[in-house]
Design a protein around this ligand. Structure first.
Ligand code: ADP
Length: 447
């Protein structure tokens, strides 16, 4: 087991990882920018190293500074959290070259999944169902027309290097195709420095369902069921659930089994999430994230298994603590992402939190790095906390969520809490009846 882990992140996820390390008796080092000297993860860590000024590029993304911090403190492993360097293959390679363990998969696995065309090809080879579309990159209009005619309109053109929902264009007819192809290519080139694009069928009312997987790096793979993250705004997840209200146990074990086998065949190590669109009873792979996800706590709530403990165990060579048959799904869990944003316009609302009171009681978990008197710096993501609620079934979970949202107090800044108070009383949400476009339509109506 590791002696000392360096946490290369900030906010709630830095604290989340720090807690897991403390439970395992591992010393912790955190790195932080000058804007985060007062952060909770810095206060609670055994050691902290200031690695640069506020802009992420000069601190949380500064590989040299982070490696230097490992050397100075004698950390033998790095947990990257999510975002920042968590899916940076070069970072994983550099750490390996310094004999420091990256708590995540190999640089090569990160690289394959980071290129969407390559990821889709790999998924298909491993027996994972994919969205019908082109086999590789498309550059000619003629070729685009041929593929589109074959799969049928509407189609979506996506950037191979894409991320964060950018570089995607929908074409409803052949007449739209040329312009969609050209705009997607130029947007991709400008945003990612790589203009490779591909085409796939555009699904009209899908749900976003993702499977949590784990590999031990030695040919064993397991799945921890799925999460439904269909409630999205601008392709960003807002509310996540486990299990999905749309799947039954048989479908869960079928798609979970396919993913677990794929992970085993790939020889993958650590946590991963295989993301699908789900429509009319069919799953279509869209991408794989090779890291811990923001929404992992809903899976922890229904399985009772600490996924960060598992990541650390696997990375240290200790293997997974559970076999597939040990993983049981109990009850229902929902996570709400609480952002420091105006709940109507979603403009960021940094500033000082004058009062912060979190709900408690059975089935309630709040993961947050903020506190009363904390000043939110304007430089980073606006997520200030996650409320995770667990109940014996979805109805109990929703009742508890409504109560917890009533108890939650954040004064001094605007937050998205009022949005969740509205959503929890909405009949479609109560029935679990929503797709990936539901929230955008709801917000457009301004209810
Ligand atoms: P990114 O990495 O940029 O987030 P994804 O491939 O994960 O890109 O897609 C992001 C979102 O875009 C999906 O959650 C879905 O809302 C939409 N999307 C992607 N592919 C399709 C498709 N084939 N049909 C319909 N919507 C899609």
């Amino acid at each position: 087991m590791f002696q000392k882990i360096l946490i290369a992140n900030r906010g709630e996820i830095a604290l989340r990882v720090l807690r897991a390390c403390k439970e395992l008796g591992i010393q912790t080092v955190v790195v932080h920018s000058t804007a985060d000297s007062d952060a909770m993860h810095v206060r609670l860590a055994d050691e902290s190293v200031c690695i640069g000024p506020p802009p992420s590029r000069e601190s949380y993304l500064n590989i040299h500074q982070i490696v230097a911090a490992c050397e100075i403190t004698g950390a033998d492993a790095v947990h990257p959290g999510y975002g920042f360097l968590s899916e940076n293959a070069k970072f994983a390679d550099i750490l390996a070259a310094h004999n420091i363990t990256f708590i995540g998969p190999s640089g090569d696995h990160i690289r394959v999944m980071g290129d969407k065309i390559e990821a889709k090809r790999t998924a298909k080879r491993l027996g994972i169902p994919v969205v019908p579309g082109s086999d590789g990159a498309i550059s000619e209009e003629k070729e685009a027309k041929r593929v589109a005619a074959e799969i049928g309109y509407p189609v979506i053109i996506k950037a191979s290097a894409g991320g964060g929902g950018r570089g995607m264009k929908v074409a409803h007819t052949e007449a739209d195709l040329e312009i969609a192809l050209q705009t997607a290519k130029s947007e991709a080139g400008a945003a990612f420095g790589d203009d490779a694009v591909y085409i796939e069928k555009y699904l009209q009312k899908p749900r976003h369902i993702e499977v949590q997987v784990f590999g031990d790096g030695a040919g064993r793979g397991v799945h921890f069921g799925e999460r439904d993250c269909s409630l999205q705004r601008r392709h960003q997840k807002v509310w996540e659930e486990a299990n999905s209200p749309a799947l039954n146990a048989e479908e869960r074990s079928r798609i979970g089994g396919i993913c677990a086998r794929a992970i085993a065949d790939l020889g993958y190590s650590g946590a991963g999430t295989i993301e699908f669109l789900y429509e009319n009873g069919e799953f279509y792979f869209i991408e794989m994230n090779t890291r811990l996800q923001v929404e992992h706590p809903v899976t922890e709530a229904i399985t009772g298994i600490d996924l960060v403990h598992e990541q650390i165990r696997v990375a240290s060579g200790g293997g997974l603590s559970v076999k597939q048959e040990d993983i049981k799904f109990n009850g229902h869990a929902i996570e709400c992402r609480i952002n420091a944003e105006d709940p109507r316009t979603f403009t960021p609302s940094p500033g000082t939190i004058t009062h912060f009171h979190t709900p408690g009681g059975l089935g309630i978990r709040v993961d947050s790095g903020v506190y009363s008197g904390y000043k939110i710096p304007p430089y980073y993501d606006s997520l200030i906390g996650k409320l995770i609620v667990h109940g014996r079934n979805r109805v109990e979970c929703m009742m508890r969520l409504r109560r917890a949202l009533d108890e939650f107090v954040v004064d001094g800044i605007k937050t998205t809490l009022p949005l969740f108070r509205d959503l929890v009383g909405n009949p479609d949400i109560a029935n679990g009846d929503y797709d990936i476009h539901w929230l955008e339509k709801y917000l457009a109506k301004g209810e």
